[in-house]
Design a protein around this ligand. Sequence first.
Ligand code: ADP
Length: 194
Amino acid sequence: MRLILLGPPGAGKGTQAQRLVEKYGIPQLSTGDMLRAAVAAQTAVGVKAKAVMDAGELVSDAIVNAIVAERIDQPDCANGFILDGYPRTLAQADAVEAMLAERGEKLDAVVELVVDDKVLVGRIVNRAEQAKAAGQPVRKDDNPEVFEERLREYYKKTAPLIGYYYAHRALKSIDGMADMDTVTAEIEKILAAV
Ligand code: ADP
């Protein structure tokens, strides 16, 4: 199963991906998590990416494409993976298609989680408050000001992928404002049909 989860920041891609990991036994490939790990480890990529991420902008296609290409060659990806937060630009969508073709693999589904902007901002503010209350570090980009930039980047660069995958007949859109279990059930229904 090779799946892309598409949707704006805060749509619930990460939460749903984690649930699918358990059910299907395939890994979640979150470019956001991978980049945050690189920042924490102060690798060359991390040092380059940090300021861009803190500002809510997108890291360069070259960097994320290279990270993903390397990751999908790991043995745990042999039976598939869930791409969470990647691709995020048309160039990344082309790159993933080329990567899969090179490996004789193909995408099984692209699932879009649809959520209103106002709901998204509320979720991000909540996520920051919960992290703080739990004594966990709060993501630097989880505040309303940076979030606005993340959303702008989403509409400018990522939302065109909805049309791209629609044209490839791979897109399935579901209501990301339903409760979490309903969203999971909807995704599972889509995956059962592929
Ligand atoms: P979100 O909750 O906004 O979906 P992520 O954890 O997926 O957050 O990503 C956090 C940040 O990491 C993004 O704002 C961006 O700077 C960077 N990033 C993650 N994935 C990509 C990608 N595929 N292309 C470019 N930048 C990315």
